[in-house]
Structure formats: structure tokens, C-alpha cells
Design a protein around this ligand. Structure first.
Ligand code: AMP
Length: 327
């Protein structure tokens, strides 16, 4: 396959079922990027990174494979893009070590994520937490990525990867390509409990390949503006996660209709949720259909092909890095 002008790399956490927030906030954009004829896309699932906060090894592999399955269901075509597990790319570990030698310890110790994670799991402040950005730099610099879709929380890690590349190139000669951030959509899908963003750990969302009936059971009991105790009480759509999700998935006319109806008590919460459910069902129908056709073998085949492709890129980089470092 001819090399395309832009290499895009994205790694996501191995969290299991992808929820609507993952889809609208990230994966849908990845699918669009993967269809860009100028972009060669590599989508990795960061199972090595997951080890820094591992609680139950039995759950890691199923969670990792579930993410892979959901990526395929969401529309990532494994013929076009490489979908791979980080742990299948053995070269990542080698590059990680080589890059450790051009990483400033001070920068690692000052990392905000390191401090946050140390506070979050004080009983397990392992060296992996500290070295996390170097592993991420290896993930990015190995395939010589040009663009890395990142949210605000990951921007400093990308900056560290750039610093590592800069330091390497300065010391050993131009070798590593400088990755640039690709700003992802900054939408924030609220959780159905009204307590913040939709997140896997809070269990306040639904999977993108779930059946419409299952999604309805979750929507039906979702939090709405508490001012609407009775059908006749007016509400404020700005305080309601359902109205926010409407803004992301429903046509403009419907959004205006439900927001006006909420403020004037012209529409009840259940009817508003039913309209949302209809639009969500339409949006996710292709995801569900692809998911129904996917077999475990398809997921394994996609991951094997993706690993082979990304490893080829890594092997080229590692060979040059080794050579430049005098090995
Ligand atoms: P996570 O596994 O939580 O890191 O999420 C993977 C990707 O999905 C990240 O790029 C997040 O920005 C995105 N994401 C996760 N939750 C939400 C949400 N509630 N709203 C929008 N985007 C989200």
C-alpha cells in the first residue's frame, strides 16, 4: 500500500464497552479521519498503560477486546486503518527504554497526571505511573505519527513526546518526526445521572451497540431538571442532560421544539426522552448492525493485521534509533 501523506495515531484506554460519550466525543471523529484518503490511521488500545492501575487481571483482556470490537462496530475499517493492541507491539518496549535515556526526570516528576494518579492510588505509586509519558512517547514516535488526536487532558503528554523527540534529534541527528496535536471535538456528553460527564467508571451511560430497548430502559429513568416534578411544571433545558444530548444528536427543529416545550411545560420529560431515543436509535443503527455481524474471529483478524502493520513502522524507527545511539 502506498504511504499516505499524514500518519495519524490515537491510543485509547482499555475500558470495555464504548459509551455514547466516547462515540460522540472521539470515535466518530476517528471514523471520519480514517476515511480521509490522505490519512493513514493507527488506532491502538492501550493495554500496557492499563497496567499502571491494574486491579483485576481477569478483566483486562475482555475489556481490551471489547474496545476493539466497538471500534469495528463504530465503523473503523481494518482494511483501511490499523487497529492494534499496544501489548502486541513488542518494539514499543524497546523504544520506550531507548527514549528513557533522553527523557528528563524532572519533567516526569512534575507531570500533573503523575501527581493526580499518585493521590488517586496512594497504595500503589508504581514506577509505571511515573514513566507513563515515555511509554506514550514511544507509542507516538514509533510509527512516526504526524497527527495525534488529543483532548485537553493529554496535551501535556504530547508535549512531553515532542520534547523527547526534540532532545533525541538534537543529540543524535534528525530521526524522529515531530507529532502535532489534532484537536478533537471538545464536546462533553453528560451522564444520565446528571452528575457530570458520561463515564465508564460512573456507569451513567449506555453502550453504543446496545439494543434500543436496553437504551430506553436507561433513558427512561435518566435524571432531568428536578424542577419538573409534575408534567405541568416548567423546566430549564440547560439543567437537563437529556436536553444536552438532544443538542448533539437531534435535528435543530426538534431541539428547538423540546427546549421550548420544556420551558413552557408543553412537553413532558418522557415524551422528550422518546424523541431523543428515536434519534439515538437512528444514529446508532449502523453501529448495532455491524456489531451483530462481527465475530470474535473478525476482531482477532483485525488486531493481528493491525499489529503487523504498526510493527513494520516501529521496526524501521527502532532500527534507526538503535543505530544512532551506537548499538
Ligand atoms: P476515556 O476512555 O474516558 O479516556 O475516553 C476515550 C475518549 O472518549 C476520550 O478521547 C474522551 O475525550 C472521549 N470521552 C469520554 N467520555 C466522554 C464524554 N462523556 N463526552 C465526550 N467525550 C468523551
Amino acid at each position: 500500500m502506498a504511504k499516505k501523506p499524514k500518519t495519524v495515531l490515537s491510543l485509547c484506554r482499555a475500558t470495555g464497552v464504548l459509551h455514547l460519550g466516547n462515540y460522540l466525543g472521539a470515535v466518530r471523529d476517528f471514523v471520519a479521519l480514517s476515511e480521509d484518503p490522505n490519512a493513514e490511521c493507527y488506532f491502538g488500545i492501550a493495554d500496557l498503560h492499563a497496567l499502571t492501575s491494574l486491579t483485576d487481571p481477569e478483566k483486562l483482556r475482555p475489556a481490551t477486546r471489547q474496545v476493539a470490537r466497538d471500534y469495528l462496530a463504530a465503523g473503523i475499517d481494518p482494511q483501511q486503518s490499523a487497529l492494534f493492541l499496544q501489548s502486541d507491539v513488542k518494539e514499543t518496549n524497546e523504544l520506550f527504554w531507548l527514549l528513557c535515556n533522553v527523557t528528563a526526570t524532572g519533567e516526569l516528576l512534575r507531570s500533573k497526571t503523575y501527581k493526580e494518579m499518585s493521590d488517586k492510588q496512594p497504595e500503589n505509586v508504581n514506577a509505571g505511573l511515573l514513566m507513563y509519558p515515555v511509554l506514550m512517547a514511544a507509542d507516538i514516535l514509533g510509527p512516526q505519527a504526524d497527527l495525534v488526536p488529543v483532548g485537553d487532558d493529554q496535551i501535556t503528554h504530547l508535549e512531553m513526546a515532542r520534547n523527547i523527540a526534540k532532545r533525541f534529534n538534537h543529540r543524535f541527528g534528525e530521526t524522529l518526526r515531530m507529532p502535532a496535536p489534532y484537536r478533537k471535538s471538545s464536546i462533553r456528553v453528560p451522564g444520565l445521572d446528571g452528575k457530570g460527564k458520561m463515564s465508564k467508571s460512573d456507569g451513567n451511560g449506555f453502550g453504543i451497540a446496545e439494543e434500543p430497548e436496553a437504551i430506553w430502559e436507561k433513558l427512561r429513568v435518566a435524571y432531568t431538571d428536578p424542577a419538573r416534578q409534575r408534567r405541568t411544571d416548567p423546566g430549564n433545558p440547560d439543567l437537563c442532560p437529556i436536553a444536552t444530548i438532544h443538542r448533539f444528536v437531534s435535528p435543530k427543529d426538534d431541539v428547538e421544539k423540546i427546549e421550548d416545550g420544556c420551558r413552557t411545560a408543553g412537553i413532558g420529560c418522557i415524551d422528550c426522552k422518546k424523541i431523543l431515543h428515536g434519534h439515538l436509535s437512528d444514529l446508532l443503527a449502523p453501529v448495532r448492525a455491524r456489531n451483530q455481524k462481527l465475530t470474535d474471529g473478525d476482531v482477532s483478524d483485525a488486531l493481528a493485521a493491525g499489529a503487523t502493520r504498526v510493527r513494520t513502522r516501529f521496526q524501521e524507527t527502532v532500527a534507526t534509533v538503535r543505530e544512532r545511539m551506537g548499538l
